[in-house]
Design a protein around this ligand. Structure first.
Ligand SMILES: [Mn+2]
Length: 491
């Protein structure tokens, strides 16, 4: 189709610029730095003459003319840049009709013409007013954040003594990595006159978080009034105010707050430095920007921690992640220790899980291919299915049932390879009336809320009280109770 129609096209050319006012002229000037193969078309006779005087290849035509492209070479790229929106739209339509393969960049005059030009097939539509506004705002944001980084640096440069950096309660990789990044900035800015202590409340719970702290060898201390007293300055990272998800009193004077959570109470905080950016995916991104902006060398440990912090807070870059988060992650990635990153994400088995598995092995009872094991009170309920999975591998065992008491429920985890038995259905039949039970033919689980046994005082009492009737129920359903009735109470 491109060469059909009036068929008067001759040769090829790199660029055609349609409409050569000030915008078009700027584009021509830029393009002419790399090629002379530019054809300019404008409807203004005087304009065309001026361009020719400047040795540009220009012809006079009306952009609305259906024969606009008759007899002229086919361009690789066409710029449609007049300040007449109807003329631009007409030119794009004609162009797409006679030369559909040409790449078209068009100028819109308002939001409506933006849509119309896109519909007409323009590959890129530029609406200059919007572009100017976005560029200006982006610049201001960059300026603002680079001033913030500089202010933080100058502030820390004047401090001596101890900076207490407080991560939020039950700290996660975002708050921990932000803390060590701030410590690195403080050391650099103060020429090591300011030393940092990283403080936290609660626990470092999740197995991966423990691995994170251990592998990266991060020294952290639980907050005590004594330690707070020893700190000359306090900084909060990844939490927005004293007392908000941290172990500080609400009236504690803090000097620095850096966070990406909204300040819930919107209180007026008298701090020396304050940077809260709710739009950002992670505090670690803000810290990375400081390091980048201040040109502070980022060592492997800090880079690995920050990268992992951004990754964890954005659920592997899938949740509330912004282009900036990705930019900072991309900046950090070559500086990280990839072996260490691998190790943190696939942590080895924890001591607690190992203990629980040991208990499961000691307490196992096997009856006719069924294995039962009571692991008692557990803190990490995830370890129960791990124990069931392991014991299930024992020779002579077709079905394994491991049970224990968690925070608020009795948990049973089952594995099965006996094809006559659908373990999910069996569990449902046995426990469906008092808890959440079910699963597949080869694996199943049960959660029975402790509220169901509200009369029992302690968890230990509970276990002795409930294990017998619970297991009796299971045994009855699988038909084991009849043959070995006397054994059951001992389970
Ligand atoms: Mn965070």
């Amino acid at each position: 189709m491109a060469e059909a129609g009036t068929g008067a096209s001759k040769g090829r050319i790199d660029y055609i610029v349609l409409g050569c006012g000030s915008t078009g002229y700027h584009v021509v000037e830029e393009l002419s730095k790399e090629t002379e193969q530019i054809l300019i078309i404008d409807h203004d006779k005087k304009r065309v003459e001026d361009l020719r005087v400047q040795k540009y290849n220009a012809i006079m035509r009306d952009l609305k003319d259906p024969l606009l492209f008759d007899g002229i070479p086919v361009p690789d790229v066409a710029f449609v840049l007049s300040n007449d929106k109807d003329a631009n739209l007409a030119a794009v339509k004609t162009l797409k009709l006679v030369h559909p393969a040409v790449h078209v960049i068009a100028r819109a005059m308002d939001p409506v013409s933006t849509g119309l030009l896109q519909e007409a097939g323009a590959d890129l539509v530029i609406y200059p007013q919007e572009f100017i506004a976005k560029t200006a705002i982006h610049h201001i944001k960059m300026l603002h954040s680079s001033r913030l980084a500089r202010r933080l640096f100058d502030l820390l440069a004047g401090w001596e003594g101890t900076l207490g950096i407080i991560a939020h309660n039950n700290p996660d990789p975002d708050s921990i990595s932000s803390a060590i990044a701030l410590a690195a900035i403080a050391a650099e800015a103060s020429g090591k006159k300011l030393s940092s202590r990283i403080l936290f409340g609660g626990n470092i719970g999740h197995q991966e978080n423990k691995a994170f702290v251990n592998m990266l060898d991060i020294k952290m201390e639980r907050i005590t009034p004594q330690i707070l007293h020893e700190c000359s300055y306090l900084a909060l990272v990844d939490s927005s105010a004293p007392g908000e998800n941290n172990d500080l009193g609400k009236d504690t004077k803090v000097n620095i707050i850096i966070d990406h959570h909204k300040n819930g109470e919107g209180q007026e905080l008298k701090v020396d430095f304050f940077d809260i950016r709710p739009g950002t995916g992670a505090t670690a991104s803000i810290m990375t920007q400081y390091l980048q902006e201040l040109d502070i060398p980022v060592n492997k440990k800090v880079a690995t921690a920050l990268f992992y912090g951004i990754r964890a807070d954005t659920r592997e870059f899938r949740r509330s992640v912004t282009p900036q988060d990705l930019n900072y992650a991309a900046f950090l990635l070559p500086l990280t220790d990839s072996d260490l990153l691998d190790k943190i994400t696939s942590p080895s088995i924890s001591q607690e899980t190992l203990d629980l598995i040991g208990q499961a092995i000691r307490n196992k009872k096997i009856r006719s291919g069924y294995l039962f094991s009571n692991v008692g009170v557990v803190r990490n309920r995830d370890a129960i299915p791990q124990a069931a999975e392991l014991l299930f591998n024992l020779e002579g065992v077709n079905t394994a049932l491991v049970y224990g008491i968690g925070d608020a429920s009795i948990i049973i985890s089952a594995r099965n390879r006996d094809i006559r038995l659908h373990i999910g259905n069996v569990l449902k039949e046995a426990f469906g009336d008092i808890g959440d039970a079910g699963g597949h033919a080869n694996m199943g689980a049960v959660t029975i809320p402790l509220a169901y046994f509200s009369l029992v005082k302690t968890k230990e009492d509970l276990l002795t009280l409930v294990q017998e009737p619970i297991l009796r129920k299971f045994l009855r359903v699988v038909g084991l109770e009849k043959e070995e009735n006397h054994d059951i109470v001992e389970l």
